[in-house]
Design a protein around this ligand. Structure first.
Ligand code: KG4
Ligand code: ZN
Length: 327
């Protein structure tokens, strides 16, 4: 089975070819950081226009790299939401056009499902059910992944996502864009316990997340400590919240066979390390995809497409792009 995957829901344009037996034959990605950097965040209209320019050549390059033609593809998987609607429409329309031209089915993939199943692309031994901490720029959720298309949400954020908090903290500290990697780099030079910051919802009875108060506390503390100490203290507060909330969710999901982390924030070494320690305390396997598979990419969309296609799940060509689409 050979699946072409397309991703365009935020500020990465990507195309990939993935087989049913987990071989990534090609994955091409074009980030748009330079275009958005002057604005300190992703500008939807700029993103959509950049996807229009980039996607076609990326698909051609991915097919060339894999040494296959469109007619050899079994299905075309494209992100159909959630995300910035202009970008999602660009990728989904391209997916529909390619599927129609090739006479192959379309798989409309939920971007979150791409993240949720990506650990199974990286690790063939990862079986359902597993507890997934999905931490990205737009989402912060704990999901019990019971099967393809079967996700039980145990927790979500009541305000900001963790990645959003990283991005806003980077902006407050003048560390630039994109924020997560910049905060992580600065934190390496700082003391994580130098600035007292709140841990919102720590030990609260439901495993939900909140990061708005933490961000506000960072804003108040700016100037009182070095950016490095603030970055390290902020990162430690986020790690403490993620670990505490995940521990509570684990106690409610005894059937989970592994603790899995995915999404852009899963690229953070402090986050990965703390979750790995939590998993070992619970005698659970810990699975985190390689860094390139944590942040947005098309291989995870192709893989989610492969899992859905194998389960007989394809979508009509009039499927709509969705800015919001809970799993
Ligand atoms: O999954 P992703 O690429 O896009 C979304 O679907 O949102 O996640 C992007 C988010 C951004 O907020 C970015 O700052 C964060 O992931 N991120 C990180 C790191 N790398 C990316 N956060 C903390 N540490 C990192 N190393
Ligand atoms: Zn994402």
């Amino acid at each position: 089975m050979l699946i072409l995957g397309l991703e365009s829901s935020c500020d990465e344009t990507a195309a990939a070819l993935v087989t049913g037996d987990r071989r990534v034959l090609a994955h091409r990605l074009l980030g748009q950081e330079a275009a958005h950097r002057p604005y300190g965040g992703v500008v939807p209209e700029i993103a959509a226009r950049a996807h229009v320019e980039a996607l076609g050549p990326l698909v051609t390059a991915a097919l060339d790299e894999a040494g296959v033609t469109l007619s050899e593809v079994d299905a075309v998987a494209a992100t159909a939401g959630p995300g910035l609607i202009g970008g999602v429409m660009v990728g989904l329309v391209m997916g529909k056009a390619l599927a129609h031209a090739a006479g192959k089915p379309l798989v409309a993939v939920n971007h979150l499902e791409g993240h949720a199943l990506s650990p199974r692309l990286a690790d063939p031994t990862l079986e359902f059910p597993y507890l997934l901490l999905l931490v990205s720029g737009g989402h912060c959720q704990l999901l019990l992944v019971e099967g393809v298309g079967r996700y039980r949400r145990l927790a979500t954020t009541i305000d900001d996502a963790a990645g959003e908090a990283f991005d806003k903290t980077a902006k407050l500290l003048g560390l630039g864009f994109p924020g997560g990697p910049a905060v992580e780099r600065a934190a390496l030079e700082g003391d994580p316990y130098s600035v007292p910051l709140p841990r919102p919802l720590l030990r609260s009875g439901e495993p939900h997340f909140s990061f708005a108060g933490l961000k506000a506390a960072v804003a108040r503390a700016v100037g009182s400590a070095t950016p490095e100490d603030l970055a390290a203290s902020f990162q430690q507060a986020v790690v403490d919240c993620l670990v505490d909330r995940t521990r509570l969710a684990l106690s409610r999901a005894p059937q989970a066979t592994a603790l899995v982390v995915a999404g852009g924030v899963a690229a953070n070494a402090a986050v990965r390390g703390a979750l790995e320690a939590l998993a070992s305390q619970h005698d659970l396997r810990f699975v985190a995809p390689p860094l390139w598979l944590c942040t947005d990419n098309a291989a995870m969309i192709a893989w989610a497409g492969a899992e859905r296609f194998a389960a007989g799940l394809t979508d009509p060509l009039d499927t709509m792009a969705r800015p919001r689409w809970p799993l």
